[in-house]
Design a binder for this molecule. Structure first.
Ligand code: HEM
Length: 205
C-alpha cells in the first residue's frame, strides 16, 4: 500500500473537517434557529473553498515551483463536488422536499439559484471524467472539457455573492468573502495565461 504524504494527509483531513463539523453541530444541537440555511451555507462554503484550492495548485507551481499540490488537484476537485452535491441535495430534499413545481419556480425566480444550478450541472461531467472510466470515454478531449472550470468558478463566485444578498460589483451587502474569493479566482486565471506563466517561470529561473 502507498504511504500518504503529509500534504495528502492534510488535504484529506482539511477537506473532511467541514463534514465532521456538520455532524458535530447536529449531535450537539449547535445550529441556529434556521438549521437548513446553516447546512446550505456550510456545505456551499466548503464546496467553493475546495474548488478554489483545486484552482490554486497550478499557480503554486508557476510561482514557487511547488509541484506537490498539483498531484492532489483531482482529490480537491472531487471533495468540492462532494460538498456541492450535499449542498444541492439539502436544497432539493430538505428545503423543497423534491416539489418539482416549487423548485422550478424558485430556481428561475432567483438569479443566485439559477446560476448555481447551471454551475452545478456543468460540474457533473468534470466529476465523472475525473475517474479512469470517464477519462477513457472522453479521450483527448479531456483537457478541453476540464477547462470548463475556468467558466464554472466565476459563475459559482457570483452565486456565492448573490446568495449573500449582496452585490459584488458595487460591494454592497455581506460580500467581503465572495469578493476575496473573486480576486483569487481572477489571479489564478491570469497566472494560467501562457505568456504570463512563461514570463514568471523565466524570471524565477
Ligand atoms: C443546484 C445548484 C445550487 C442551488 C440550488 C444552490 C442553492 C443555495 C442556497 C439556497 C443557498 C443559501 C442562501 C442563504 O443563505 O439563504 C446557497 C448558498 C451558497 N452556495 Fe449554493 N446552490 C447551488 C449550487 C452551488 C454550488 C455548485 C456551489 C459551490 C461549488 C455553491 C456554493 C454556495 C455558497 C458558497 C453559498 C453561500 C454560503 C454562505 O453564505 O456562506 N452552491 N446556495
Amino acid at each position: 500500500m502507498k504511504k500518504l504524504t503529509l500534504l495528502q494527509t492534510l488535504i484529506h483531513i482539511g477537506s473532511l473537517f467541514s463534514l465532521a463539523k456538520l455532524f458535530f453541530d447536529y449531535f450537539t444541537n449547535n445550529f441556529s434557529p434556521n438549521p437548513i440555511q446553516d447546512l446550505e451555507q456550510q456545505t456551499g462554503f466548503a464546496a467553493i473553498t475546495l474548488l478554489i484550492l483545486s484552482l490554486a495548485t497550478t499557480p503554486l507551481r508557476t510561482l514557487f515551483n511547488w509541484k506537490a499540490p498539483s498531484k492532489h488537484r483531482r482529490a480537491l476537485g472531487l471533495y468540492a463536488f462532494l460538498y456541492a452535491t450535499l449542498h444541492v441535495t439539502i436544497y432539493l430534499a430538505i428545503d423543497y422536499a423534491f416539489d418539482l413545481n416549487l423548485l422550478i419556480e424558485a430556481t428561475l425566480e432567483k438569479r443566485y439559484t439559477l446560476i448555481g444550478t447551471i454551475g452545478y450541472l456543468l460540474l457533473i461531467p468534470l466529476a465523472i471524467t475525473s475517474y479512469k472510466w470517464g477519462m477513457k470515454k472522453v479521450g483527448k478531449n479531456w483537457k478541453k472539457l476540464h477547462r470548463l472550470v475556468y467558466l464554472i468558478a466565476p459563475m459559482l463566485i457570483l452565486h456565492f455573492a448573490w446568495a449573500r444578498k449582496g452585490d459584488i460589483f458595487s460591494l454592497q451587502g455581506n460580500v467581503l468573502q465572495p469578493f476575496i474569493y473573486a480576486l483569487l479566482v481572477i489571479l489564478f486565471l491570469v497566472l494560467r495565461i501562457p505568456a504570463i506563466r512563461k514570463k514568471i517561470i523565466s524570471l524565477r529561473k
